[in-house]
Design a protein around this ligand. Sequence first.
Ligand SMILES: Cc1cc2nc3c(=O)[nH]c(=O)nc-3n(C[C@H](O)[C@H](O)[C@H](O)COP(=O)(O)OP(=O)(O)OC[C@H]3O[C@@H](n4cnc5c(N)ncnc54)[C@H](O)[C@@H]3O)c2cc1C
Length: 462
Amino acid sequence: MNMSRARERLVVIGGDAAGMSAASQARRLKGPGELEIVAFERGHFTSYSACGIPYWVGGDVTDRDRLIARTPEEHRARDIDLRLRTEVTELDLDGQRVRARDADTGEESWTPYDRLVIATGAQPIRPDMPGADAPGVHGVQTLDDGQALLDTLERTRGRRAVVVGAGYIGVEMAEALINRGYEVTVVNRGSEPMSTLDPDMGRLVHEAMEGLGITMVNDAEVTKILTGGDGRVRAVVTEDREFPADVVVLGIGVRPETALAKAAGLPLGPHGGLLTDRSMRVRGHEDIWAGGDCVEVLDLVSGQDRHIPLGTHANKHGQVIGTNIGGGYATFPGVVGTAVSKVCDLEIARTGLREKDAHRVGLRFESVTIESTSRAGYYPNASPMTVKMLAEHRTGRLLGVQIVGREGAGKRVDIAAVALTAGMTAEQMTTLDLGYAPPFSPVWDPVLVAARKAAAKVRGTS
Ligand SMILES: Cc1cc2nc3c(=O)[nH]c(=O)nc-3n(C[C@H](O)[C@H](O)[C@H](O)COP(=O)(O)OP(=O)(O)OC[C@H]3O[C@@H](n4cnc5c(N)ncnc54)[C@H](O)[C@@H]3O)c2cc1C
């Protein structure tokens, strides 16, 4: 600890899920007399839910402030010295200090730290092409982005929207724009939407989205965005087609925001994310922690480090970091790759490995796909559900599950997530004591039907 200060100082860079969870948990464990906490956030908001942006833009959530879990004032009331609109521009590891610039005054100053948390999140990938920054072209990474998009929708009152990218943010934004009354086209580089699924499951999403009136364009590379005489977006152009657009939403992925960390020489993984140990301490640096979208996480199924930018991980990382800084002990063991999303009434879920992931790490597997229903077949509103399961060849160890269906389909993936975490085989899953009553599932839950089929295939009796 720096002897010129009476108490330790924790500096946090990034005021959202990972950073403020870490700060809040550290504060719970250590009072202001023991620990001073300074948090830098370059934007206008703290502890906000980017996950809620599609539902705010789509009109399901009407009040932006409902997406803010804790305001700057609430953090300050808990003795966290929060510096909004202040960007950290440099890390000086030898001097244990950060340089920050106040966006309003332009003033720069150095702040020393005893402990540092890097929670800078991820940055959206912006296509390097003409027109990408034109008015009417929007990302949806932050609340400010969401507000700018809503302003455009309000101002232009257009008819046609093009979403570039068909990952979960792309499909959720397609729903939001459909709900706003737009004609929506989704332009996707991949062969099917939702590349986090195998293409055969992505095909089901594609068909369902077309059924909702969304025009899906796959295998299409956007080459430029055209603007009109007023400078605003007019169309999205691919190699061979042009799609008229009054508004364009970009959802083509993110990369870890680690420029500061890289410049300071902190260790980065193959995906550009910071590398940490299980206590979320940056490898090789006793007093520096990192969490959220700026780090790589251990995939417990493949054994490899991956970049999986999800709020569910960021909050847990923050909790672990704050506990350790507060004098407790916590670890983050890794993830199994669970995610759930929806487009209108279609629910999409996945956990574990896709076929190509299993191939990449040299695992042989059996793959089965089953059709079932969300409730007993005779019960009103039973809807179809497709479950795909991968189990390891010979051992039968569960490797992954993907589910596409209507109400009640998505969160069933959690059964598989728990089974994956526990290292269960498909055979063991067949006897899981899951709840059953006709309004909730058929007597054999769809996940168990898939497990039975996978187990039989592994045994060679299917
Ligand atoms: C539209 C959308 C929908 C999503 N839906 C889901 C979902 O359904 N489920 C899910 O699990 N996840 C979802 N996510 C992902 C989730 O929002 C992120 O994983 C989560 O916000 C990551 O938290 P974080 O704290 O690591 O990073 P961020 O939330 O990105 O926060 C990082 C903060 O650091 C600040 N910052 C960066 N650099 C500096 C600097 N140098 N100085 C000062 N401040 C800095 C940024 O301004 C930012 O506020 C969604 C994301 C988006 C965009």
